[in-house]
Design a protein around this ligand. Sequence first.
Ligand SMILES: [Zn+2]
Length: 60
Amino acid sequence: MPQYTRARSRICPDCDGFPRVAITTGQHTPDGRRLTVIAACRSCDGTGSVPAAVLTRTGR
Ligand SMILES: [Zn+2]
């Protein structure tokens, strides 16, 4: 059987493909929902992937 080789992953190594997360602040909005802030990965600027050139440069 043929064995397929997957393309080299370009997922950001710092956030593992989860570039944006919502963090609860512990406070609530006037309508009762949790107040959250969005934090984006600094390495990939919230995209979740990095260009192949960057991976080559960093050796990952
Ligand atoms: Zn990232």
